[in-house]
Design a protein around this ligand. Structure first.
Ligand code: SF4
Length: 379
């Protein structure tokens, strides 16, 4: 059984005001102890029936800010994975990096450790917007980090960029896209800013200190993204993700195709497709480490996924991808036809929101604009 492996590194230099990820700012992160805990958790997982004979397809070091850790620590984690499981020869191994935390030597160290794809949380090249977003880097630092990564030999470089930021113009957004493409990146994740409950931005908007982008501006930014990147050889393969041919993020495709993944580290989620099981770890890094040190794992909540829920998740995750969902794959997994379970598909097709054929269902361009409302009908 092949699976994807997610490894969460939860520490950050500072907390961005829009961020609701499981990230923690501490005066000094306990790198050695945290790596010890990850290795111990990997050992524990490898002894369970679900993972024992697994083959690792992709590895993703996410956060938080994994690039705060030294190449030596990253090499130790990846070495431990290699000693534990077989890894596909063509495995994609990604590290998320904050441009303000790397230099050429560190990037070279990550490459030597076995990382072959790097994902930079750039968000923007505009210093004013970066200041508003609370980022620790400026536009120059971001561009230098990307150039450095390509120079030391990374073939696959993703940039996370953010649009619909308060005050951002369509021209500024296009300029960010242009700089990302001109630098030679192979993948761009273009996310609109969302105001998540519990974040500083959410509170500021409630108090009227911050305003969301106008709907028209946001729609124009969506259009610019697709047109600009499409004209420069980037293919949109998921609602927010664009790649040069053959450079799609295989790790994230695992999630959208509802395939099996193991997550280790504080707050990491796991999903076993054949067992229809899902669970996640203790969120807080301190509690996570203490739990792993005492019992080998930090699993806090396990959920058996019932067939109706599994079917709904397969559909709404799959519809995020531009290729859509294959009707025969649905039948193979669930033993029933897609249009039998979801008769609303026909109505959505008639409204021009879904393309439904005998072979696949996929969102139309109009459907993508209202994707959240469509997904809600399948859960
Ligand atoms: S660097 Fe990323 S994970 Fe850390 S606080 Fe900012 S957005 Fe969140």
């Amino acid at each position: 059984m092949e699976f994807s492996l997610y490894i969460h590194i939860p520490y950050c230099d500072s907390k961005c005001p829009y961020c609701d990820f499981n990230s923690h700012v501490v005066p000094r992160w306990p790198e050695q102890r945290y790596v010890d805990a990850l290795c111990r958790e990997l050992d524990h997982c490898s002894q369970s029936d679900l993972w024992r004979d697994g083959i690792v397809r992709t590895i993703f070091l996410g956060g938080g800010t994994p690039s705060l850790f030294s190449p030596k620590s990253i090499a130790r984690i990846l070495g431990h994975v290699r000693a534990t499981w077989d890894i596909r020869a063509d495995a994609e191994v990604t590290i998320e990096s904050n441009p303000g935390t790397v230099d050429g030597a560190k990037l070279q160290g990550f490459l030597a450790a076995g990382v072959n794809r790097i994902s930079f949380g750039v968000q923007s090249f505009d210093d004013g917007l970066l200041g508003l977003l609370g980022r620790i880097h400026d536009g120059r630092t971001a561009a230098d980090a990307v150039s450095s990564a390509l120079r030391v030999g990374f073939d696959d470089v993703n940039l996370d960029l953010m649009f619909a930021v308060p005050g951002q113009t369509v021209e500024q957004w296009e300029s960010d896209l242009r700089q990302a493409v001109d630098l030679g990146t192979t993948h761009i994740s273009a996310y609109n800013l969302t105001f998540e409950e519990g974040t500083v931005f959410y509170a500021q908007r409630r108090k009227g200190k911050l305003r969301s982008a106008e709907e028209d501006t946001e729609i124009a930014m969506y259009e610019v993204t697709e047109n600009f990147l499409g004209a420069r050889g980037f293919e949109r393969y998921e609602i927010s993700n664009y790649a040069r041919p053959g450079r799609m993020c295989r790790h994230n495709l695992t999630y959208w195709r509802a395939q099996t993944y193991l997550g280790v580290g504080a707050g990491a989620h796991s999903f076993g497709q054949s067992a229809a099981l899902r669970w996640h770890n203790e969120l807080g890094p301190e509690k996570y480490m203490a739990d792993v040190e005492s019992r080998g794992h930090a699993r806090v909540r396990e959920e058996q996924i019932e067939p109706p829920q599994a079917r709904g998740e397969f559909v709404f995750l799959g519809l995020r991808c531009c290729e859509g969902i294959a009707t025969d794959e649905f039948r193979r997994r669930f033993g029933v036809d897609l249009d039998e379970v979801y008769p609303q598909g026909a109505a959505m097709r008639d409204q021009g929101l879904l393309e439904c054929t005998e072979d696949y269902w996929r969102l139309t361009k109009r459907g993508r604009m209202v994707s959240d409302a469509i997904f809600a009908t399948f859960v």
